[in-house]
Structure formats: C-alpha cells, structure tokens
Design a protein around this ligand. Structure first.
Ligand SMILES: Nc1ncnc2c1ncn2[C@@H]1O[C@H](COP(=O)(O)OP(=O)(O)OP(=O)(O)O)[C@@H](O)[C@H]1O
Ligand SMILES: O=C(O)c1ccc[n+]([C@@H]2O[C@H](COP(=O)([O-])O)[C@@H](O)[C@H]2O)c1
Length: 187
C-alpha cells in the first residue's frame, strides 16, 4: 500500500518551514510522496491575503524539483471553508488503496478539538504532529509525533517582514521570493 503524507495549509505564502517538515516526515515515516493541499478558505482563521490561484502557484514553485512532492488543488474546487473531513472523504473515495498521513504543526495539534467532525476525522486519518516554537505537542488524540527540525518561521512573520521592508530572502525558496516581488504581494 502506498503511503502518502498530506500537508494542508493556507500557504500565504509557502516558506521553508513547510518544506522542512514535509521532508523530515517523508524520511522519518518512509513515505512514497507528500501532497501539498492549499486551502480555498482556511476554516479557522482570517481569509488569506492572496488569492487561492496565486497561493497555488507559489506552492507549485516551492515544491518543484522534488520528485516526491506534489500539489493538489482539490480544495480549490469546493466553495465554503476547506474542512479537512471533506477533503479526506474525497481522497479516500478517489484513492481507496492509499494510506494517508495528515501532517500538522504543534499549533494545529493544540487546535484539533475544534476541528470540524474531529471524532470522525481522527478515525479516518493518521495525524502526524511536528514541533513548533511556542506550542506544546500534547493532545488527547492519537497523533503520531515526528521529531522534525524546529523552524521558527511562519507565513504571518514573512508577511509582516515584507510589509516593514525587512529581509525574507532566506525564509522562502528563491522562486517564491521572486514571485512575491514580481507580483508586489504583501507590500
Ligand atoms: N515553522 C513551522 N513549523 C512547524 N509546522 C509548521 C511551520 N509552519 C507551518 N507549519 C504547519 O504547516 C501547516 C500549514 O501552515 P500555514 O500554511 O497556515 O502556515 P503558517 O506559517 O502557520 O501561517 P500563518 O502564520 O499565516 O498562520 C500547519 O499545519 C502548520 O502548523
Ligand atoms: O477541518 C477543520 O476544521 C480544520 C481546522 C483548522 C485547520 N484545518 C486544516 O489544517 C491545515 C492547516 O491549517 P492552516 O489554517 O494552519 O493553514 C489546512 O489544511 C486546514 O484546512 C482544518
């Protein structure tokens, strides 16, 4: 059975923290691939500041060159909040023979009790939690913990740095940095 990691996110913008956790979990769990899934409308936070199409394009740029990273626009075809339960049901129907592992940072692990249909979701998918500065990796749910490199980078910090003209060059893949400058995003 193929083992696929899923990294859902707003990716507003994608940064090297996303790539590092995806790669660490890929290696630690011996996955076949990792699929990046940009959300249309994040279920629990303010709408993204950049359109879904542009976020998708940035994720494609960020992951290009890694033959086991893929981008799936599955949530961009739905309207309304991008609940993970809906995505997982869709994926399981499309790919009944794949074992999925949903990767989340410690901030999301803490927030799991508030997720849509969490009691159903927790049985439908294996969650994989990774550390994140400022959050405890403690949860009553059966989340598999992976000791990934702790990276203190967030999309909100990247956005705020761009707005205040501080450097972001080494926080993002070069192609994403260039895309942001070309399209004058987050200024
Ligand atoms: N530096 C990081 N370390 C560990 N997990 C991370 C890191 N950055 C993002 N993640 C995880 O990746 C997933 C997608 O994150 P998202 O795209 O919302 O980025 P973010 O940096 O958390 O954004 P924002 O700062 O806007 O909230 C979430 O599960 C999040 O916890
Ligand atoms: O389904 C939910 O209720 C739910 C609540 C919060 C977050 N999520 C998912 O968790 C992933 C990371 O979320 P975010 O907002 O940090 O980008 C993304 O795929 C979201 O759709 C899902």
């Amino acid at each position: 059975m193929k083992k696929i990691g899923l990294l859902g996110g707003t990716f507003d913008p994608p940064h090297i923290g996303h790539l590092i956790i995806a790669d660490d979990v890929y290696h630690e769990l011996g996955l076949d691939e990792v699929w990046f899934i940009p959300s249309q409308i994040p279920p629990h936070k303010n709408a993204a500041s950049v359109s879904a199409d542009k976020r998708l394009e940035m994720v494609e740029k960020a992951t290009s060159g890694r033959d086991y990273f893929f981008v799936k626009g599955i949530e961009l075809q739905r309207t309304g909040p991008s609940y993970t339960i809906d995505t997982i049901k869709q994926l399981k129907e499309l790919y009944p023979d794949i074992d999925f592992y949903f990767i989340i940072g410690a901030d999301m692990v803490e927030y799991l009790p508030q997720w849509q249909a969490i009691d159903e979701l927790i049985h439908a998918i294996q969650f994989v939690g990774v550390k994140r500065p400022g959050f405890d990796l403690v949860t009553p749910y059966p989340v598999r913990l992976v000791d990934s490199l702790v990276v203190d980078i967030s999309s909100s910090d990247v956005r705020s740095r761009i707005k205040t003209r501080r450097p972001v060059r080494y926080l993002l893949p070069e192609s994403v940095d260039r895309y942001i400058r070309e399209h004058k995003l987050y200024e």
